[in-house]
Design a protein around this ligand. Structure first.
Ligand code: HEM
Length: 395
């Protein structure tokens, strides 16, 4: 089978937008990814995305940021800061877990730390299942662990959340509850469009599991890398880095620059359903396996000068996002871009900082610095650029 790797910025951008390239990265991860939004194609994808997009309307996250995101970030950080130490991987997951659960429609009835930790364990396991193609462990063992985690998640979180929403929808249908009384989350959206979407309970379970891991893993990864890049910047150029502490827009640029250098998904993969020729001349035969090398394209010197340098002050050409292709593009472009990455001030009068910048800002304000006696560790079970542990101390 022909494999074509695209590593130029323009080629990857164009390929993301080709209609006849079908998602192919998650074929191995079917145990959690089968029939999820990210693997649907064509009309099936369009119909599901339209339903789920309603939750992610512009303005929703600006409202969230104004109303409660600062509090979630601050409250999650507080016990770690009081303790004087934290592991950024754990802190990142803990912070984002409650937000992705909210988006997915997974209730946390007690709001306890034990509940957040359980969701964190599930999300990590689902993420391992989704990225099975990159595992360095025995894939069958991982698959069995993911199935067991799905069953447990179903019994403990999914079914109660589902029953509560079904009851609310029944009362809504009976005219007892108004539109504003219904939760705005993926699970409710899918229940309301059940027939139109042609889904079943297993798909519902996997879609919620997918959201839980897609939102949390990438955000926690971006947070840890952002802190790592920021600490390195402080060592190289303390005066410049210091300025970002009082300048949220600059801190957001640090996050976007980090996403460019360390995209949580370093590659996207597609299968060609029909032949295509890219504007740059690359020919893609029907049936070819196409690798969109996001990590390489984000360092394309034709688009980003001094591409390997972390430079949050860099100029980028018009129309190029500072994060390059870190959020993908085309029909499968990340639905959580605004929640995680925010909206840069230049694009919008009212800036949205995004959760990663909020988390980084709170961390630095609390005086975090790398623990000199416990250096960060890379993830030994993945060939991806992930930290398994990143200990920090607080002032
Ligand atoms: C820094 C954080 C994030 C990064 C770097 C990221 C990255 C990505 C990328 C690269 C894709 C496209 C993959 C492909 O085309 O094969 C994607 C899709 C997606 N992301 Fe994110 N993501 C982030 C945060 C989130 C959050 C917070 C959520 C939800 C709460 C989310 C939900 C999704 C969904 C549902 C899709 C599938 C969209 C579709 O297929 O139509 N992501 N993300």
């Amino acid at each position: 089978m022909t494999t074509i790797t695209l590593d130029g910025y323009a080629d990857v951008r164009e390929a993301f937008r080709l209609r006849d390239l079908k998602q192919a990265l998650y074929d191995e991860g079917g145990v959690v990814m089968a029939d999820c939004l990210l693997v649907l194609h064509g009309e099936d994808h369009r119909v599901r995305r339209r339903v789920e997009n309603r939750l992610f309307r512009r303005g929703t996250f600006r409202h969230w940021e104004r109303e409660f995101l600062h509090d979630v970030v601050r409250d999650t950080l507080a016990p770690f800061a009081a303790d004087g130490r934290a592991d950024l991987v754990e802190l990142g997951y803990r912070t984002i877990m409650s937000l992705t659960a909210l988006v997915a429609g997974i209730d946390r009835p007690t709001g306890s730390a034990a509940e957040a930790d359980a969701l964190y364990r599930y999300a990590k396991k689902f993420s391992e299942g989704a990225t099975l193609v990159h595992t360095t462990r025995d894939p069958d063992v991982v698959r069995a662990e993911v199935r067991a985690a799905l069953d447990e998640f179903d019994a403990t979180f999914m079914r109660p959340s589902l029953e509560r929403r079904r009851a609310l929808l029944a009362r809504h249908a009976a005219g007892e509850l108004g539109e504003q009384d219904l939760p705005r989350d993926v699970l409710t959206g899918l229940l309301r469009h059940w027939d139109e979407l042609g889904i079943d309970q297993e798909i519902l379970l996997r879609e919620c599991a997918f959201y839980l891991q897609a939102g949390s893993h990438s955000t926690a990864d971006a947070f840890t890398h952002s802190a790592d890049e920021f600490f390195a910047w402080v060592r190289r150029d303390p005066a410049a880095a210091e300025k970002a502490l009082d300048d949220p827009a600059l801190l957001q640029r640090c996050v976007h620059e980090t996403l460019r250098l360390h995209p949580a998904s370093p590659v996207a993969q597609r299968r060609a359903l029909a032949p295509a020729v890219l504007r740059g001349g690359t020919e893609i035969p029907e049936g070819a396996f196409v690798v969109l090398d996001i990590a390489a394209a984000n360092r394309d010197p034709r688009v980003f000068e001094r591409p390997d340098e972390f430079d949050p002050l860099r100029e980028v050409p018009a129309g190029v996002p500072r994060w390059g292709h870190a959020f993908g593009g085309g029909t499968h472009a990340c639905i959580g871009t605004e929640l995680a990455g925010g909206v840069p001030a230049a694009d919008d009068a009212e800036q949205v900082l995004g959760t990663v910048t909020l988390m980084l800002s709170a961390l630095l304000t609390a005086g975090a610095r790398p623990d000199p006696h416990h250096p960060p560790r890379r993830d030994p079970n993945s060939s991806r650029d992930h930290f398994a542990s990143y200990p920090v101390l607080f002032r």
